[in-house]
Design a protein around this ligand. Sequence first.
Ligand SMILES: C[S@@+](CC[C@H](N)C(=O)[O-])C[C@H]1O[C@@H](n2cnc3c(N)ncnc32)[C@H](O)[C@@H]1O
Length: 276
Amino acid sequence: MKYYYPEHIAVYEKIKREGQKVAWRGADFERFPSRAFLEKALPQLCFSVDGPEVLEYGCGTGASACFLAKRGFKVDGMDLIPTAIELAKRFAQEQNLNVYFQVQDICELPHKGKTYDMIVDSFCLQSIVTDADRNKVFAVVRARLKAEGYYLISTALLDEDAYYPEQTVIDVETGIAYNRYGDGDLRTETGIVYIPVEDSDDYPDTIKIDNQWYLPHRRHLTLADLKSELGAAGFSVLYWEGDRARSGHMICTLDTVTETPIEYGELVTAIMVSIC
Ligand SMILES: C[S@@+](CC[C@H](N)C(=O)[O-])C[C@H]1O[C@@H](n2cnc3c(N)ncnc32)[C@H](O)[C@@H]1O
């Protein structure tokens, strides 16, 4: 089983069992974590059609997909976990919203198929951890985004308070250095966060460090490193910001749509307007 399944299976079983609508602590279906960013970003984007086509991958129970549908977007929502999609369909139906939800691992979405005016990642990317898997996601986005389309990302960033760069574990076999991160996790300089697991049986991606099995769990980059990663993956990052919840938000286009790079800071407001 891929490393990104078990956590999410458990989350949606719990949500369903407990009759909740979203997984986020302190949030609800209307106040989902990327809402403030979407509200800020959407008025700045220019679409050549009425009712732009949107794909949200990692849509969960559909909070942001429904938010977008209410604002006139034609939305396809995809998620790995069948229970999430079952709930998303129910919640959209309850609001008389027409969203097409589908169970789909975004890493495995065929490159040929419907293309979109906007692709949205609302806190999925941090769970897609390895270089190989992230490259698959970025290749899918490049293939499925229309030439003038937008790629909007909200994702978790490095939590400086949980990071102990002075506490290093060197794996004797590989010589790779890992730093303590949070409660018992390890993080490499690449931003991959590993969690300890009992054994390697179920997951091909486990690694052994100091006689303990670890599973890739998160990719927590700095905002600058995330921006570099997206640049290397074929995107122009037009706008980026970090917020107090250690989340990064970005508006990207394909890098064939060239924009002058800008520094993070006061100019951000200007680029928000000029990307139209
Ligand atoms: C933190 S939740 C965010 C859910 C929703 N977008 C929101 O903002 O409330 C991350 C979601 O990404 C999904 N996910 C993780 N890996 C995925 C993959 N490879 N393909 C599709 N969905 C994935 C998980 O099942 C989970 O629903």
